[in-house]
Design a protein around this ligand. Structure first.
Ligand code: SAM
Length: 283
C-alpha cells in the first residue's frame, strides 16, 4: 500500500472491478472508457490489492470480460432509466464507480454514491488529485448497509416520492442474509412508481463455476461471506412486487456486445442453474 490510504479487506474488493475497468479502457475495442480507473489502481500500489499480484491476474483472466460486460450493460441501463424520467440514481455500494463523471446524464440528475467510509475516503483522495468534473449532482454518502443507511440517504437529500434508478452491482456476495433481506425491502419501500433497479446475481454459483475454481481454487476470495445467498435476485424482486423483471444471461450479453462468452460463464452453464445474470426490474 502506498501508505496514504487504508482500505479494509472488504473495501479492497472494490479494486477488482476497477482493475477490470482500467484494463478494458486500454483496449481499442473497449466497451466503455473509464479514464479514472487507472488512477485508482495506480494509487493503491500492487500490494494493497485484495489478492497478491499473480492472483489479481488470475481473477481478471476469469472475470475480466464478465466485469466489462457488466459495466457496459449497467451503463446502458442507467442512461435509459434517466432518459425515461429517473432524476435520482443511487449507486448502492458504489465502490470506485465513476459513472457520475463518465455518463452524460440529463441535466438535473442527482447521483448518490453510497459506500463505507474507507472506500469513499480513498476514492475522494484520488479524485481530488485527478479533479474530474461530474456530469451530474454528485452526493457522496458514507454509510454501512448493516446500519440505518436509509435514514442517512434521506438525510443526504434522497426523495422517496421521486422515481429512482438503483444500481446494486458486485455487492450481494458480501452481504449476510439479514442485510440482504433488509436491502431488498428498503429498495422496494423507497421506490416511487417509475423507479428501476439493476442488480447482478453474482452469488455463490458464479464463484463455484469451473472456470473460477480453475483460476482461484476452492476457497472463496477474502471478504466474501455471501455463500448463503441462495434466492435468485429475479425471484426476490418478483416477491417484492417489482414488475418486468428480466434476468439477462451473460452469454447473451456477450453476443450483444461482440465478445466471446466470459471464462466464468462457459455456454454450457448458460441454462437453468447458471446464476450470475444481470437483472433489471421496474416499479
Ligand atoms: C466488489 S465491490 C463493487 C463496487 C462497485 N459497485 C463496482 O462494481 O465497482 C463491493 C463494494 O461493496 C461495499 N460494501 C460491502 N459491504 C458493504 C456494506 N455493508 N455497506 C456498504 N458498502 C458495502 C464495499 O465497500 C465495496 O466497495
Amino acid at each position: 500500500m502506498s501508505g496514504r490510504f487504508s482500505l479494509t479487506q472488504l473495501g479492497r474488493t472494490a479494486l477488482g472491478p476497477v482493475s477490470a475497468r482500467a484494463d478494458e479502457s486500454r483496449r481499442p475495442d473497449r466497451l466503455f472508457d473509464d479514464r479514472l480507473a487507472a488512477a485508482f489502481v495506480h494509487a493503491t500500489g500492487s500490494e494493497s490489492f485484495l489478492f497478491a499480484e499473480n492472483e489479481r491476474a488470475r481473477l481478471l483472466r476469469a472475470m475480466g470480460d464478465y466485469l466489462a460486460i457488466r459495466t457496459r450493460f449497467f451503463d446502458d441501463y442507467l442512461r435509459q432509466a434517466c432518459r425515461q424520467g429517473c432524476r435520482q440514481v443511487v449507486l448502492v455500494a458504489a465502490g470506485l464507480d465513476t459513472r457520475s463523471f463518465r455518463l452524460r446524464l440529463p441535466v438535473g440528475v442527482r447521483v448518490f454514491e453510497l459506500d463505507r467510509s474507507d472506500v469513499l475516503d480513498f476514492k475522494e483522495k484520488v479524485l481530488a488529485d485527478e479533479a474530474p468534473t461530474p456530469s451530474c449532482q454528485r452526493i457522496v454518502l458514507r454509510t454501512d448497509l448493516a446500519d440505518d443507511w436509509t435514514r442517512d440517504l434521506q438525510t443526504a437529500g434522497f426523495r422517496p416520492a421521486e422515481p429512482t434508478a438503483w444500481l446494486v452491482e458486485g455487492l450481494l456476495v458480501y452481504l449476510d442474509g439479514r442485510v440482504t433481506d433488509d436491502l431488498f425491502a428498503a429498495l422496494t419501500e423507497l421506490s416511487a412508481d417509475g423507479s428501476r433497479a439493476g442488480i447482478d446475481d453474482s452469488g455463490a454459483a458464479l464463484l463455484r463455476s469451473d472456470a473460477m475454481r480453475a483460476e482461484l481454487g476452492d476457497s472463496p476470495p477474502a471478504g466474501i461471506t455471501g455463500y448463503s445467498h441462495t434466492v435468485p435476485v429475479r425471484d426476490r424482486l418478483a416477491e417484492h412486487g417489482w414488475r418486468h423483471v428480466i434476468d439477462h444471461d451473460i452469454a447473451d450479453l456477450a453476443v450483444r456486445y461482440g465478445r466471446p462468452p466470459p471464462a466464468a460463464f462457459p455456454p454450457s452453464r448458460a441454462t437453468t442453474d447458471a446464476r450470475g445474470g444481470l437483472v433489471l426490474a421496474e416499479r
